[in-house]
Design a binder for this molecule. Structure first.
Ligand code: ARG
Length: 474
């Protein structure tokens, strides 16, 4: 098929080697931008008429035909010619097929470079919004689970070692804190991507009196892009989406790692309902947390795509180069991956069935109250470092005797460190102080795990989610 960039039909244009032609074609990827390009092309055709670049009649015919093509596309009736070089060429070729000479007028004042850039940007803007909406769905699922578990005690871990008592809700709210920032990253990226490249032409705008403000406004962009070379050459908005996506997936993968650990027999902190756990083809007893594992795997993919998008642009001379055609498949891959991952994560969270007795049992026997023992001594005016040493000695004594702190008597506590000499200890009071419920209940500072504090945070985040949904309609 003759290309848009070839000369008068019949002139001695040498056709492309079929292998080169296949290699250059992006139709299989960018057909996904068909609807957006039809929308952008109509905005362009309308502007051409308003500016007197085209007659009102021709402008109207172009807009009407583009609207017809949009309807056909939505009804699945628009057949894309596989011989077109890309979806952007197809649209002009199709207009010419349908409208003859009027179709040939559509490309005045634009180039494929800004045509691609505007359709892609419109698509990306919507992708940012979709990611935000789905992130809110995950927050909802986590908040629902957290709400019923603000008093569900479990050990918190550092270095995968039992560290201090927290609650299940406290960890779930830690995941939420990351997701709330991810939401913000998508919102920030979307605001910066909200510039319209249309009218930038190949790189230098147009000598025709195109009105970039008009097309930007009619397509719902905040403004036209500020430089015509930048508009066709830079894909930083893809990188921003990709990096917000990679961070989001990293958060999901960490949460999934904990879910998988918790679902193991070694922990037993949660069961995953049948709706989200899988079996083995050979071991009938297995309940595998496959969705959590695959979510971790998908994270690797998004990190790879982000890296590819950066490498794609590194050292690229200004302005447009064909390398940039690779941006779409990478972006779409991220878009599909995070949309599916966010839906799966929300469903996985809703399938979590906490096992509070197992979590409570894990708070016992590992001296996760040792820090609180030191703090108890600080409350009795012992300097922290001495209190720490005393608590460490007390724990070691318990390990030697194979007993718990509450099994010691006051004299044994006082003997643990010179700074405790002559001090009297009421063991009932100390044992009460060291209960995991009490340890958690005292942690009432901002961001702390005390049930009341967690509940305040759940309520705040619920309001945030509702407000954001109200703003975006997501
Ligand atoms: N399919 C190309 C892309 O996606 C279209 C732009 C082609 N422009 C050009 N000057 N060759 O980047």
């Amino acid at each position: 098929m003759a290309k848009l960039w070839q000369g008068v039909p019949g002139s001695k244009a040498v056709s492309l080697d079929p292998d080169i032609e296949r290699f250059l074609s992006s139709l299989s990827v960018d057909t996904r931008l068909l609807d957006e390009d039809l929308e952008c092309s109509a905005a362009h055709a309308h502007m051409l008429g308003e500016q007197g670049i085209l007659s009102r009649e021709d402008s109207l015919r172009l807009c009407d035909e583009l609207a017809v093509m949009r309807c056909e596309y939505r009804e699945g009736k628009l057949v894309v010619d596989p011989a077109s070089e890309d979806i952007h060429s197809f649209i002009e070729e199709e207009l010419v097929r349908r409208l003859g000479d009027t179709g040939k007028e559509i490309h005045a004042g634009r180039s494929r470079n800004d045509q691609v850039a505007v359709a892609f940007r419109l698509h990306c803007k919507r992708a940012f919004a979709a990611a935000q909406g789905r992130t809110l769905d995950c927050l909802d699922a986590l908040l629902d689970l957290a709400k019923g578990n603000t008093s569900t005690l479990m050990p918190g871990y550092t270095h995968l070692q039992r560290a201090q008592a927290v609650t299940l809700a406290h960890e779930l709210m830690a995941w939420c804190a990351g997701l709330e920032r991810d939401y913000g990253r998508f919102a920030d990226g979307q605001a910066r991507a909200d510039e319209c490249p249309l009218g930038s032409g190949a790189l230098a705008g147009s000598g025709l009196p195109v009105d970039r403000e008009m097309t930007a406004a009619s397509l719902g962009f905040a403004r036209p892009s500020r430089n015509t070379m930048d508009a066709v050459a830079d894909r930083d908005f893809c990188v921003e989406y990709a990096s917000a996506a990679a961070m989001l997936m990293t958060h999901l993968s960490r949460a999934c790692e904990d879910i998988a650990l918790w679902a193991s027999s070694e922990y037993g902190f949660v069961c995953i309902a049948d709706s989200a756990s899988t079996g083995s083809s050979i071991m009938p007893q297995k309940r595998n947390p496959d969705p959590a594992e695959l979510l971790r795997g998908k994270c690797a993919r998004v990190i790879g795509d982000l890296t590819s998008l950066l490498a794609l642009q590194k050292g690229l001379p200004y302005a447009y180069n064909r390398d940039l055609q690779e941006d779409k498949s990478l972006f779409f891959d991220i878009e599909d991956t995070i949309n599916a991952s966010l839906c799966a994560f929300a469903a996985l969270v809703r399938a979590i069935q906490p096992q509070p007795e197992k979590m409570l049992a894990a708070t016992r026997g590992s001296f996760i109250e040792a820090t609180d023992l030191a703090e108890f001594l600080v409350g009795r005016s012992v300097p922290f470092r001495s209190a720490y040493q005393a608590a460490k000695a007390i724990v070691n004594q318990c390990i030697d005797r194979d007993c718990q702190i509450r099994d010691l008597d006051g004299a044994q506590i006082a003997a643990a460190h010179p700074s405790l000499q002559d001090m009297k200890f009421d063991m009932e009071e100390l044992a009460d102080y060291l209960r995991p419920e009490a340890c958690v209940a005292r942690r009432i500072q901002t961001g702390g795990p005390a049930p009341g504090k967690t509940m305040e945070e759940i309520d705040r985040l619920r309001r945030f989610v509702a407000e954001e949904r109200g703003k975006t309609g997501a």
